[in-house]
Design a protein around this ligand. Structure first.
Ligand SMILES: C[S@@+](CC[C@H](N)C(=O)[O-])C[C@H]1O[C@@H](n2cnc3c(N)ncnc32)[C@H](O)[C@@H]1O
Length: 214
């Protein structure tokens, strides 16, 4: 038998490597920032890029930029006239994000908004082809309801960390005070029952929920 870690290592070795720029951003984030685990990383980054190439979106919305790694991956599949809007509430991340977006030559296609997604998203009057929800997980449902009406029929949403370190599993003893875990569980159950969408739960990394609006 093999372990999930062995399988993941094998899968990583058979996944296209990161570009030198993404590898540098990945390394720099891990060396210089707290909570670097939040960065999508090699395997998930390549999946985001692949999905974006499959969808060929004109308009992408990302909630939760962090250092910009996933934004750069998702931008790879944009149409030539495409735009990616990404929202990050931590102003201390802005300079680094802008530096990498510039180095990637994506400053005309990636628009960074610094502020709270709950306040900024309603002001973005676009029709989204692809949305990546990766901010504060307790508000997954708020973001989902906020953006779903603006997703075109047949458009996609991706929601990250839906495994929540395994705490969503029934056998995990959740403390009554662990509001994040209850929120992620309730959100996953809600999407599963939501007639407006179709969904696939990928147990990749910390879990990625793929959603298609009917
Ligand atoms: C998991 S990280 C994003 C990782 C990034 N998408 C990636 O894959 O590399 C979550 C980010 O969401 C940001 N965030 C949390 N709450 C937010 C909010 N209400 N509005 C905007 N950004 C928020 C955090 O500051 C953090 O940088």
């Amino acid at each position: 038998m093999y372990s999930p870690d062995d399988a993941q290592r094998y899968a990583d070795r058979h996944t296209t490597p990161e570009s030198p720029l993404l590898a540098r951003l990945n390394r720099e984030t891990h060396v210089q920032l707290l909570h670097a685990r939040m960065l999508s990383g090699h395997a998930q980054g390549r999946l985001l890029s692949m999905l974006s190439h499959m969808v060929r979106p004109r308009r992408v919305l990302e909630l939760g930029t962090f250092t910009g790694y996933s934004a750069l991956c998702l931008a790879e599949g944009l149409t030539t006239d495409g735009l990616l809007h990404t929202v990050e509430q931590n102003p201390e991340l802005e300079t680094r994000i802008r530096r990498y977006v510039r180095e990637a030559g994506e400053e005309n296609r990636i628009q960074l908004h610094i502020g709270n997604a709950r306040e900024l998203v309603p002001a973005l009057t676009e029709t989204w082809d692809l949305v990546f929800i990766d901010a504060d997980k307790i508000n997954n449902d708020t973001y989902y309801e906020l953006v779903l009406p603006q997703v075109r029929p047949g458009g996609f949403l991706l929601i990250d960390n839906v495994l929540w370190g395994g705490k969503v599993l029934d056998e995990y003893p959740v403390k009554p005070s662990d509001k994040d875990t209850f929120a992620v569980r309730a959100f996953n159950d809600k999407v599963q029952a939501d007639e407006r969408v179709e969904n696939v739960f990928l147990p990749l990394r910390d879990g990625l929920l793929l959603v298609r609006k009917r």
